[in-house]
Write a protein that binds this ligand. Structure first.
Ligand code: PLP
Length: 376
């Protein structure tokens, strides 16, 4: 048996989507920019997907632009907002994803902006009074705060942060890669200028996502070339990917309540088992609070052990796939920037288990039995 509990890194594709996309690859191969009937069919697929996604977020199709995924959407929001609105000050937190931190830090190194890092608590929550302080008496600022952290699962109050940004006339970007299609969004209720989504985080294909751009804000094109995406993002559209993205989102929102309940129940089951069967296991941030953290992520740390360095490797050999933090850091010698921010002195080995609709309690039992071998 092998168990996959690394769904925050990526999710397995839904079989229904694989089926739909394979058929589409055979039939709808034409370039959506072509004017003939084949091309027009592809164009219709792309525009139907846009309409579907917009209606799920209660926004207009004109605010959705397809991208190659979350990284591109984050880079586009940050670089375009800063360049096109003459922004010289940006606020983010040290636990933002690299897709946000690196483009900001590149711009700071070039001397184009100054970054302020808003304080976060041990639970990963942004300190709202510090955010206000950083915005006070500053030139127009870009604020980039992620909705849910991919490593520790802390969820920020997007509504509140949006209201603060509006009060100070700041531009607000939120990396919503871990939460779109996992929570509902009503764009009429939120003061967010940019959001990012990635299909592979909710059982869709890799290499496709979108950026939401509020109609209140205007930016210039990110990639230059053809006139795709109303001139905003050149490049022949990933037609099958876009259809897969829309289908994955539709499936997620159709069954959202049921799936949320199912996954929360699974996460609670794992928390209970870990506490009952492994001595001195603890949880980062608010990860243990089912209603108060990203329900797909459980971030734990275990007693210090000689095999700490090899823990993930040992689990992998035993048939358990999970991660030591973010996937991008688990394979490198640099530790997680998120964990070193919230628990800088901890030498305890940490593991992120992340769940999807395809996991079962039997799988959790299997994982607990393997952990018991490593932590007898
Ligand atoms: N932002 C967050 C919070 C993520 O978890 C990820 C994925 O790891 C990304 C951005 C990047 O998304 P993508 O893999 O689609 O480029």
């Amino acid at each position: 048996m092998k168990v996959y509990l690394d769904n925050a890194a990526t999710t397995p594709m839904a079989p229904e989507i694989i089926h739909m996309m394979s058929e589409m690859m055979r039939v709808n191969f034409a370039n959506p920019s072509s004017l003939h009937s084949f091309g027009r069919q592809s164009k219709t697929i792309v525009e139907d997907a846009r309409k579907k996604i917009a209606s799920l977020l209660n926004t207009s199709p004109g605010s959705i632009f397809f991208t190659s995924g979350g990284t591109e959407a984050d880079n586009m929001a940050i670089k375009c907002a800063i360049q096109d609105h003459d922004i010289q000050h940006a606020i983010t937190s040290k636990i933002s994803h690299q897709a946000v931190l690196y483009p900001l830090q590149d711009l700071e190194q070039k001397g184009e902006i100054k970054i302020s890092y808003v304080n976060i608590g041990e639970d990963g929550l942004v300190c709202l009074s510090h955010l206000r302080e950083l915005l006070e008496d500053k030139p127009r600022t870009l604020v980039s705060i992620m909705h849910a952290n991919n490593e520790i699962g802390t969820i920020q109050d997007l509504k509140k942060i949006g209201e603060i940004c509006k009060e100070y006339n700041a531009i607000f970007h939120s990396d919503t890669v871990q939460t779109i299609a996992h929570y509902t969004f009503d764009m009429q209720e939120l003061d967010v200028d940019f959001m990012a989504a990635s299909a592979h985080k909710f059982h869709g294909p890799k290499g496709v996502g979108f950026i939401y751009i509020s109609e209140k804000i205007k930016i210039n094109p990110f990639l230059r070339g053809g006139s795709q995406e109303r001139n905003m993002r050149a490049g022949t559209e990933n037609v099958y990917g876009i259809a897969g993205l829309a289908m994955a989102m539709e499936m997620a929102y159709e069954n959202l309540d049921k799936e949320q309940r199912y996954i929360k129940d699974l996460k609670q089951y794992m928390i209970d088992k870990l506490q009952a069967e492994i001595s001195d296991v603890q949880f980062y941030g608010r990860s243990k609070e089912i209603e108060d953290s990203l329900y797909t992520v459980l971030s734990c740390h275990f007693p210090e052990t000689d095999i700490a360095e090899m823990l993930l490797f040992n689990l992998d050999i035993l048939g358990v796939s999970c991660s030591g933090g973010a996937a991008c850091s688990s394979g490198s010698s640099r530790g997680s920037h998120v964990l070193s921010e919230i628990a800088p002195y901890s030498k305890r080995p940490s593991i992120r288990f992340s769940f999807s609709r395809y996991n079962t309690k039997e799988e959790i039992d299997f994982v607990i039995n393997k952990l018991k071998i490593l932590f007898p």
